[in-house]
Design a protein around this ligand. Sequence first.
Ligand code: NAI
Length: 207
Amino acid sequence: MGNDISKVVIKRLPRYLRVLELFMEREVERVSSKELAIKLGSTASQVRQDFNCFGDFGQHGYGYKVKDLYAKIKEILGLNKKYSCILVGAGNIGQAIINYSKFSNIGFDIEAIFDINPKLVGVSFRGIEVCDVENLDDYIQKNDIDIAILCVPEIQTLQTYEILKNKVRGIWNFATVDLNPTDYTSVENVHLNDGLFTLVYFINNRN
Ligand code: NAI
C-alpha cells in the first residue's frame, strides 16, 4: 500500500476525515459515497475510486460505516500514533502553532522550541522553554524527532534545513522557500497565501 498511492489521493484523505467527523457529530452510522461526495464537492465514483486504492471499505449498496471508515483513514494516514515534534523559529507563526493546543491533543507533541533571538531564549510557551538554536543539531542527534516545524525567516531557511535534513523524519515547512525531501526526510511546504489568493480570484470573478 502507502508508497504506490498518488499524492493527490493522500491529500484528499484529511478532507474525508473532516467530513466524517461531521457525520459522527450527528450520530450518522452509515454514509454512501454519494453523500460523502456532496459534502466534498466531488463525485460518488471519485470517492469509491479513492477508497479502492486502500482495499474495499464498504459493502455495495450499504455504504460505509462512518466510525469504521474514520478509523481506517486515520490508520492509513498514521494518525493512530504519537509524533515527537520540535519547532524552530518562535516568532509570529511559530507562537501561533505552539499556542494551538489541539495539535498536542491529536498526537503531535512539541517537545522543544529553538530560536536565535536571545530575547526569546529562556521564555516559556505552554510550559516549554525556548532553547538557543545553537543546541538544535545536538538535540536532534540525541533525540528521535519525527517532525520539525520550521518557521524561520526566508533567509535562514536553507541553513536550518541543512541541520534538520536526514535527522528528522519530516519537516512541516512554513517558510516561503520550498524545501525538497531527502531519502530520510519528508517535506510538506505550507503556503497560507495560496488560499488567500484563490479567495481573491473568486471575489473578483463572481457572476
Ligand atoms: P517572525 O520574524 O515573527 O519569526 C521568525 C522567528 O525565527 C523569530 O523569532 C527569529 O528570531 C527566529 N529565527 C531567525 N533565524 C533563526 C534561526 N536561524 N534559527 C532559529 N530561529 C530563527 O516571522 P513570522 O512572521 O513568524 O514568519 C516566519 C516565516 O514564515 C517567514 O519565513 C515568513 O516568510 C513565513 N511565512 C509563511 C507563510 C505561509 O503561508 N507559509 C505566511 C506568512 C509568513
